[in-house]
Design a protein around this ligand. Structure first.
Ligand code: ZN
Length: 388
């Protein structure tokens, strides 16, 4: 079994190299618009989409590396295929859109044309300085060059790594590690069923405040002015900083969790519930989905199992006797007639773990897609005997 992983590194192009990279973006965007126009025209006249080969022929005249321009045609083919699929399924579907330059943010070398040594060699562009903060594992496949809205450049490689088969993974475990249930909280980031609390990192809050200030600053600037451009840039920088810090925090946390546990249980949240639960903390908005995705793919590699359970009633149920009583949002403590007394999120975390380990919760509910845990809510067996 093979799996694809991606690796992102910061690039430091020289001035002339940056001009060349920007030219690539311009060319790719012009080509995208040209191909799209032809496609629309042909479809309008003959009710037939051009084939990939026909589109490739049109890419011949651009002044960029051939594989990069062919990849633009590939992207268009993919969007059209997606559009036809949606149409077939009876969903609303329109043509892909013409792109202004700010929407063309990346170009891709699908196979050849790049080499990674001390620097990154790009065919047609040159040797660009790169900060390789870690080694790439597996066989290199593609390279995408990206420009962020604040003007930084990144190289994103994908590689193919060998997935360990199930039994080999178990062997590599080396001794039984504990299982853990995780409840994502409101005042803290998460509560673990073993009583640990993971707080929202302070630097994340700080970055969020800066972002807010940058927003305010932008709204005060006159349209079309040079100061507005400056404020826009500052806002983009603040966004990126927050996103990077958040990703960093989630990476570290998920790594520690999968290394220390044989099983991790999380709630499977529907988007509606997710919104309700997390509306009150914009700092970490969408962090939950991201966190679940990271736990998923890291668990796979670390020989840990990720299980998503039905979230209904995890807060109201008593983790000791199983009796259910509704709690108001403001009620932070769980105390039950049976004598159980603990933080409400700890109670929920224990319930989540119980559901994951009860009965036949044997399926690894982990999907390839980032949103997989939220797509369907199939209840796991909730009536099994408690294991704690
Ligand atoms: Zn109880």
């Amino acid at each position: 079994m093979k799996a694809t992983r991606s690796w992102r590194y910061r690039l430091y192009p020289s001035r002339p190299q940056e001009r060349e990279l920007n030219r690539y973006l311009y060319e790719c965007r012009a080509l995208w618009n040209l191909l799209l126009e032809r496609t629309k025209k042909q479809y309008g006249e003959m009710c037939k989409f051009p084939t990939r080969k026909e589109l490739y022929l049109q890419t011949k005249r651009t002044r960029i590396f051939s594989q990069v321009s062919q990849n633009v045609a590939d992207r268009l083919c993919k969007s059209i295929k997606g559009m036809r699929g949606r149409k077939k399924a009876g969903l609303k579907a329109g043509f892909p859109r013409f792109k202004p330059i700010e929407r063309m943010r990346s170009f891709t070398y699908p196979q050849f044309g790049f080499r990674l040594d001390k620097k990154l060699r790009l065919a047609g562009i040159g040797d660009i300085s790169i900060r390789k903060h870690r080694e790439i594992e597996g066989r290199l496949k593609t390279l995408t060059i990206k420009k962020t809205s604040s003007g930084k450049w990144f190289a994103v490689f994908t590689s193919e790594v060998e997935k360990l088969p199930e039994n080999a993974r178990k062997l590599s475990l080396g001794g039984e590690k504990p299982a853990v249930g995780i409840d994502l909280g409101i005042e803290s980031f998460a509560y673990l069923s073993d009583g640990k609390i993971i707080r929202n990192p302070r630097h994340l809050k700080k970055a969020a405040l800066k972002l807010k200030a940058a927003h305010k600053n932008l709204s005060k600037k006159k349209k079309g002015g040079r100061n507005r451009e400056k404020a826009k840039h500052l806002l983009a920088v603040a966004y990126e900083k927050l996103a990077n810090r958040r990703a960093d925090f989630l990476h570290k946390l998920s790594r520690t969790l999968v290394r220390g546990h044989s099983l991790i249980a999380l709630e499977k949240l529907k988007p509606a519930k997710m919104l309700k639960k997390f509306l009150s903390k914009p700092i970490l908005d969408c962090a939950w989905a991201e966190f679940a995705r990271m736990i998923c793919y890291k668990a796979e590699e670390a020989g840990c199992k990720a299980v998503f359970v039905n979230p209904a009633g995890t807060t109201s149920e008593c983790s000791r006797c199983g009796k259910s009583r509704k709690k108001k949002l403001a009620e932070r403590w769980h105390s039950c007639a049976c004598g159980a007394s603990m933080h409400r999120d700890l109670n929920a975390a224990i319930n989540i773990l119980k559901r994951a380990t009860a009965g036949t919760a044997g399926s690894n509910a982990c999907g390839e897609e980032a949103t997989a845990p939220f797509l369907s809510v199939s209840a796991l067996n909730e009536t099994g005997s408690p294991v704690l």
